[in-house]
Design a binder for this molecule. Structure first.
Ligand code: NAD
Length: 245
């Protein structure tokens, strides 16, 4: 796998899964633009220490002006955009009866509208290059549902429909569009679970352990590579078999 001479944008890459994706892409040679609402500069610094070029651009990817400024900055600095990883996401869990309009809108905007805005913004340079990779981080809950996550699971299911449609729209231009649906990944969120909840979760995972951010990053790097050139419109579950369908 060799991504030298490729320029990647990873949204929400200040920490967690996004940070790991950024580091993995850099490891296989890519120039990586990291971006988040909080400062992603420490991650850009880590990548530069790996002797790869990197740039941190602060952006709220649910806002059209921030996304335009982000893509403009990437094109101005590197002259191209080859890989977009739509990773930024948030959760605001609540049973539907108690879910506020604000929590619905916020989760849909950050998890789904951002995917529309960022993908639309990179299509022009990718079409010119006749090469591109768009990879969006969905979730198994977008496939199987989860009580308390009507907003989140709707956004993650929306990413799947979006992926399949855009794959059809841009396939003839050498651009592949795929989604990854992680299951339970060992992050700050899952580390806060009580031991009992953790054990309950394990029973639902055929492989019997939580995934890591690195497991997701490996799948992203593969889909971004030349080796995956004939794979598009796919939803790749990285879930230890949890969704089971
Ligand atoms: N952790 C899991 O178990 C799990 C499972 C399935 C899917 N996912 C998905 O993976 C992705 C990453 O999850 P994580 O666990 O690393 O989350 P995290 O909360 O650790 O990191 C999220 C990142 O997104 C950034 N972000 C949030 N709102 C943003 C916005 N409006 N604009 C730009 N950046 C923004 C944050 O600054 C942060 O860098 C999310 O899309 C999440 O839904 C996570």
């Amino acid at each position: 796998m060799d991504l030298s001479h490729k320029v990647a944008i990873v949204t929400g890459s200040a920490r967690g899964i996004g940070r790991e994706i950024a580091l993995k892409l850099a490891e296989v040679g890519a120039t990586v633009v990291v971006t988040a609402t909080t400062s992603a500069e420490p991650v850009a610094e880590e990548i530069r220490e790996m002797k790869r070029p990197s740039l941190a651009v602060p952006a709220d990817v649910s806002l059209v002006a921030d996304v335009a400024a982000l893509v403009d900055a990437v094109v101005a600095n590197y002259g191209r955009v080859d890989i977009l990883v739509n990773n930024a996401g948030i959760a605001r869990d609540q049973l539907l009866m108690r879910m506020s309009d604000e929590d619905w809108d916020k989760v849909l905007n950050v998890n789904l509208k951002s995917v529309f805005l960022c993908t639309r913004a990179v299509l022009r340079p990718m079409m010119k290059q006749r090469w591109g990779r768009i990879i969006s981080i969905s979730s198994v809950v977008g496939i199987v549902g989860n009580p308390g996550q009507a907003n989140y699971s709707s956004a993650k299911a929306g990413i799947i429909g979006f992926t399949k449609t855009i794959a059809r729209e841009v396939g003839s231009r050498g651009i592949t569009v795929n989604a990854i649906a992680p299951g339970f990944i060992d992050t700050r969120m899952t580390q806060q679970l009580a031991e009992e909840q953790r054990q309950e979760l394990m029973k639902r995972i055929p492989l019997g352990f939580l995934g890591t951010a690195r497991d997701v990053a490996e799948a992203v790097a593969f889909l971004a590579s030349e080796e995956a050139r004939y794979i598009t419109a796919q939803v790749l579950r990285v879930d230890g078999g949890m969704a089971g369908v």
